[in-house]
Design a protein around this ligand. Structure first.
Ligand code: XMP
Length: 527
């Protein structure tokens, strides 16, 4: 086995918005890390074998009686600790220092004057010279007012008397600011010092090593068994296919269901990339007619989602039975593109103190009787890591960096009843929008963009004749986590070009509108 997990960091999450970002930054440095909830089983902390522990920020106040605390095991482990924001405050509160609630929250840029040097700050300064200082990003209410015994104050700001503190003997550090956000200029360098210099982690977490490690693990897990994968054309399932193909070759069979609700010509592209270019065994099921007949007469969004989900399961089940008959042996494994953010435990979930409630969009489970065991080779990876290994495995960059596409596809972008002629118009309008986004170099600057079909007729003049035709809405959003989103301020010239092309090139559309709603209150999709 590769040693990829031998040097790792454990992040205990106190419910901060930025915890996943801390983990991503550390992994970008080449070091594996996991996020556990602060109330995770404490004995496992010692058994885990991390080389250092990071305590994240969080929304609570250590000045309150029942504030979340780091378990004693964190201090007993004898490991370096870095407390960030709330993590620093709980270090102070638990180790005999003091914290206090401020009158107002501090949010934004700040300058930390370094008043004593420590190993964390060695060589780091945005203002070299007589007064060493760091430009940082703050987001907090409470702060540490007295550093605990054994700690020295290493930095302060105008507003915060203990902005950073250190206990060099124990290698325990606290920073009030957020090193994980890019607004903190030396944030990356600081995390690097902690992880590599102070914790002594080697940088083994690279795309090539992740692939090698997963190949070994998958081979050990599935042996000579057949594995089935539902290929959607999306990033995650495509990367799983490429990875498993590299690991077990033709023992992997992918089922690709063409629902008729995909992007323009997507079915052919998936086959060209996965089957022809990568050599993956893919069964393409052309099921558009089945989907359109099942959806006829239904206009309720939830009903449509259920029909689409159920049909997928039915078709997948049929194909897997055929496969079993053909290969003479039972297919035992189902591969899934579950990724790390799907499985991270929420801070405080065990003690019922969770702050964040995630909404999931699951496509629905497979039938019980299939009795397949799961192989999930992306379970440890963040989306950006999935993309990096996708490229390393030879998938086209364009596919790997594509915007997300919902499971029910155009089914939730055609408002109301879904009809084949609407799906074709919408797919073509969407293709024009995407093509122009790429031409104008705007595609990678938006998180998700798409067209929506509105089943309302609007008057227009096409040629010399008065026309009474459909409306297409364009949507483009910027977001980090898809939980909240801003609409993108696309240039007017660009919008004009897309609108002209859609109206001129597509028969049946007389009007194009641009959606300027944020989330919340609007969702990203229209249904
Ligand atoms: P909303 O519309 O909830 O979308 O703001 C947030 C993100 O989720 C995607 N989405 C879905 N994905 N099945 C999916 O697989 C669904 O039913 C579904 N609905 C929304 C949406 O495209 C956006 O990225």
């Amino acid at each position: 086995m590769t040693q990829i997990h031998s040097d790792k960091i454990l992040i205990l999450d106190f419910g901060a918005q930025y915890t996943q970002l801390i983990a991503r930054r550390i992994r970008e440095l080449g070091v594996y890390c996991e996020i556990w909830a602060w109330d995770h089983e404490p004995t496992e902390i010692l058994a885990y074998g991390a080389k250092g522990i990071i305590l994240s920020g969080g929304p609570e106040s250590t000045t309150l009686e029942d504030a979340p605390k780091a378990p004693q095991e964190v201090f007993d482990a004898g490991l370096p600790i870095l407390g960030i924001c709330y993590g620093m405050q709980t270090l102070a509160a638990q180790l005999g220092g003091a914290t206090e609630a401020a009158d107002a929250r501090e949010f934004g840029h700040a300058k930390v004057d370094i008043v004593a040097s420590d190993r964390l700050f060695a060589g780091l300064s945005d203002h070299p010279g007589s007064a060493q200082a760091l430009d940082v990003w703050m987001s907090h209410g409470d702060h540490v007012s007295v550093a605990p015994p054994g700690f020295i104050v290493t930095g302060r700001t105008d507003r915060v008397p203990v902005a950073t503190m250190a206990n060099e003997d124990k290698r325990w550090y606290g920073v009030q600011f957020h090193p994980e956000v890019t607004h903190t200029k030396q944030g990356g360098a600081l995390l690097k010092r902690f992880v590599t210099e102070i914790c002594g982690c080697r940088t083994l977490w690279t795309a090539a090593n992740i692939i090698e490690d997963q190949i070994e693990r998958v081979r050990a897990q599935v042996g000579n068994d057949q594995v089935l994968l539902g290929l959607s054309g999306g990033v995650d399932s495509s990367v799983v296919a490429a990875l498993l193909h590299r690991a077990i070759g033709d023992k992997l069979t992918c089922v690709f269901v063409d629902t008729g609700l995909l992007r323009w010509k997507e079915g052919d592209q998936v086959m060209a990339t996965m089957a022809e270019h990568m050599g993956v065994k893919v069964i393409r099921v052309n099921a558009a007619d089945r989907y359109f007949s099942a959806l006829a007469g239904h206009s309720d969004p939830e009903a449509k989602r259920k029909i689409i989900g159920r049909l997928f399961v039915e078709i997948f089940d049929e194909e897997s039975s055929k496969l079993t008959t053909a290969s003479g042996g039972q297919v035992k494994w189902l591969a899934q593109g579950t990724i790390y953010p799907d499985v991270i435990e929420s801070a405080g979930s065990k003690t019922g103190k969770a702050h964040v409630i995630k909404s999931h969009h699951n496509v629905g489970g497979l039938p019980e009787h299939m009795k397949l065991k799961l192989v999930e080779p992306l379970r440890e990876l963040f989306k950006d890591e999935v993309r990096r290994i996708g490229v390393e495995l030879g998938l086209p960059r364009e596919m790997v960096y594509r915007h997300p596409f919902p499971g029910p596809g155009l089914g939730v972008r055609i408002l109301g009843e879904v009809k084949p002629e609407y799906a074709e118009l919408l797919a073509r309008a969407d293709a024009i929008f995407m093509e122009e986004l790429r031409l104008w170099d705007l595609y990678d600057k938006t998180s998700q963009a798409f067209a929506v079909f509105l089943p309302v007729k609007s008057v227009g003049v096409v040629g010399d004749a008065r026309a009474y035709e459909w409306v297409i809405a364009l949507r483009a959003v910027e977001t980090i986590d898809f939980m909240t989103a801003h609409w993108v301020h696309l240039p007017y010239d660009f919008l004009g070009k897309v609108s002209n092309r859609i109206i001129n090139e597509l028969r049946g559309v007389s009007r194009v509108v641009y959606d300027i709603s944020g989330k919340p209150p609007a969702t990203i999709e229209w249904e």
